[in-house]
Design a protein around this ligand. Structure first.
Ligand code: SAM
Length: 192
């Protein structure tokens, strides 16, 4: 009998498992792609009342959805959604202070499939984020490709990641090797 695909681990579940190990109460985190706010809420729960999460999105609909989700869960004191590109995240945090930064590339779930993350701003944002991470901080990426987004962002990011300074960062790609149909690629970057 074929496995029920709903029981398969998703890239998001794998990344959340890793983030759960890393993020502590009181931490500062960034959700670089707010979307509907699920990762922002997840991080807000992990950082607790004393931590802070800043989430970015370039679409008003995403920022509104994220703010509504945070309000619904009583998290507006510890998490905020800003209408700005993640490429500008260095304007919102001090270098060496951020415990975790998440990127979930692609388009807004249930939104306009013509608006999606682009390699130039994604790479600029990763570079900015690497400087914001504290020692032993973590950056996670989930890379989607195929369908409307094509392969340009995947190819650009997979070419860029090996150029990250190996003296300062550990970069791990974890592609699914037995899953069909362009499965997303989870990636982890550790500062150290
Ligand atoms: C796959 S969705 C994120 C899903 C989200 N993590 C959630 O829980 O719903 C990707 C999001 O990235 C946003 N995005 C695209 N380019 C961006 C940029 N330069 N800066 C910030 N967000 C961007 C899109 O508008 C979209 O909402």
């Amino acid at each position: 009998m074929k496995n029920d695909p709903r029981k398969h681990f998703s890239a998001l579940q794998i990344i959340h498992k890793i983030l759960r190990e890393h993020v502590q109460p009181g931490d500062i985190c960034i959700d670089a792609t707010a979307g509907r706010g699920k990762d922002t809420l997840f991080l807000a729960e992990l950082v607790g009342e004393t931590g802070h999460v800043t989430a970015f999105d370039i679409q008003e609909a995403a920022v509104e959805s994220t703010r509504a989700l945070l309000a619904e869960h009583g998290m507006t004191d510890r998490a905020e959604a800003v209408l700005d590109s993640h490429a500008h995240m260095a304007q919102y945090a001090q270098p060496g202070t951020v415990s975790a930064i998440t990127f979930n590339f692609g388009w807004l779930p249930g939104g306009d499939h013509n608006v999606f993350t682009r390699p130039e701003s994604s790479i600029a944002a990763i570079e900015a984020g690497l400087e914001l991470l504290r020692d032993e901080g973590i950056m996670t990426l989930i890379l989607y490709y195929g369908r409307e987004t094509g392969f340009e962002e995947r190819d650009a990011l997979l070419a860029y990641l090996p150029t990250i300074d190996s003296d300062r960062y550990t970069v791990i790609e974890m592609p699914f090797v037995n899953r069909p149909n362009c499965p997303p690629i989870p990636i982890v970057i550790l500062k150290g």
